[in-house]
Design a protein around this ligand. Structure first.
Ligand code: FBP
Length: 335
């Protein structure tokens, strides 16, 4: 891999091509999907950044398959992604947090060899209060034998991902992705309208400063989870206390911890035995990224990437971040 210096101007398109050249069997289709996702990210970024000025704030009167009221920007981001991805001839199917079923590729377009799953706007309940939100995506290869995409193409374990990434719409817009060759970050230059390489080969510290958890659920947690949180807070005297940071946008909390180290935890609780977060388009893509950055991701007992999905919108408990801090979670939760 070319190690770009701070002075080299490397667009995401150039970087994608360089990575493709290192894959002898590459056909360019995966590169094409990453270009389409980068374009969609720019369009969503424009909408999010001008949200206060345009009539895109607030909720619709629709509820999605998760039982959540859809925000106007949820629907807009979902449409932007579908339109950016459906015509390139590279996909056989899509899956979205905002769509109850598999999204087929219209018959008028060529059917492709890949499928993409996405959370169009993660943390969308934070949009109206100008808190960072994100987009999360996961790319897998078609496994079904038929001419068109099938649910089996979407229901694949995390280890089957060929690429995964997220976009954070924060103080700047950044796209961070992996194709299994490390984790790389690109910052959108609003003047040029280009994603430029700003963080090559990102790595997460082995243990870290930050604990990201919504502890208002504490009374619903198991005793093991309560003991685990006491450990992270240094209350059992076994480590220095971690500093609590919780934005309530998974992408924003994950992104911070990727730099400073630490753990994001969304344990199961008596009301949500499977936790809240979705396996296929939230936990699994971020697990691929964190492992490529030297970290880890678990549901408390299993490696997230090894979980065999059986439903498009299935949920999972999630402990993700620095390896040693995730190991601590597994140590407490296996007892
Ligand atoms: P969506 O907005 O995509 O539904 O994501 C779920 C989410 O908002 C995560 O971003 C965040 O980590 C979590 O839910 C916050 O949940 P809670 O309010 O229960 O802490």
């Amino acid at each position: 891999m070319v190690n770009h210096t701070a002075t080299s101007v490397v667009t995401i398109e150039r970087f994608i091509v360089e990575q493709e050249r290192m894959m002898p069997l590459a056909t360019g289709e995966l590169s094409g999907i990453l270009y389409d996702l980068a374009l969609a990210a720019k369009m969503i970024s424009n909408k999010v950044r001008s949200a206060g000025l345009a009539d895109v704030l607030g909720a619709t009167d629709h509820t999605n398959v998760q039982g959540e009221v859809q925000q106007k920007l949820d629907v807009l981001a979902n449409e932007i992604l579908i339109k950016a991805l459906d015509h390139g001839g590279r996909l056989c199917a899509m899956g979205s947090e905002e769509e109850p079923e598999l999204i087929p590729i219209p018959e008028m377009f060529k059917q492709g060899r890949y499928a993409v799953l996405f959370d169009p706007l993660d943390g969308s309940s934070n949009i109206d209060v100008n808190v960072p939100v994100g987009t999360i995506f996961s790319i897998v290869k078609k496994v079904s034998k038929g001419p068109r995409g099938e649910l089996a193409d979407l229901l694949q374990p995390g280890v089957a991902q060929v690429a995964a990434g997220y976009v954070i719409y924060g103080s700047s817009t950044m796209m961070v992705y992996t194709t299994g060759q490390g984790v790389h970050g690109f910052t959108l230059d609003p003047m040029l309208g280009e994603f430029l390489l700003s963080h090559q080969s990102m790595c997460i510290p082995q243990t870290g400063r930050y604990l990201s958890v919504n502890d208002s659920y504490e009374q619903l947690w198991s005793d093991n989870v309560k003991s685990l949180m006491r450990r992270y807070r240094g209350l059992d005297g076994k480590r220095d206390p971690m500093s609590v940071r919780y934005v309530g946008s998974l992408v924003a909390d994950f992104h911070r911890n990727l730099f400073g180290g630490g753990i994001f935890a969304y344990p199961s609780n008596r009301k949500s035995p499977q936790g809240k977060l979705r396996l296929l388009y939230e936990a699994s893509p971020l697990a691929f990224i964190v492992e490529q950055a030297g970290g880890a991701a678990s549901d408390g007992t299993r490696r997230i990437l090894d979980i065999e999905p059986h439903e498009l919108h299935q949920r999972t408990p999630l402990f993700i971040g620095s390896k040693l801090d995730v190991d601590t979670a597994i140590e407490f939760l296996r007892t």
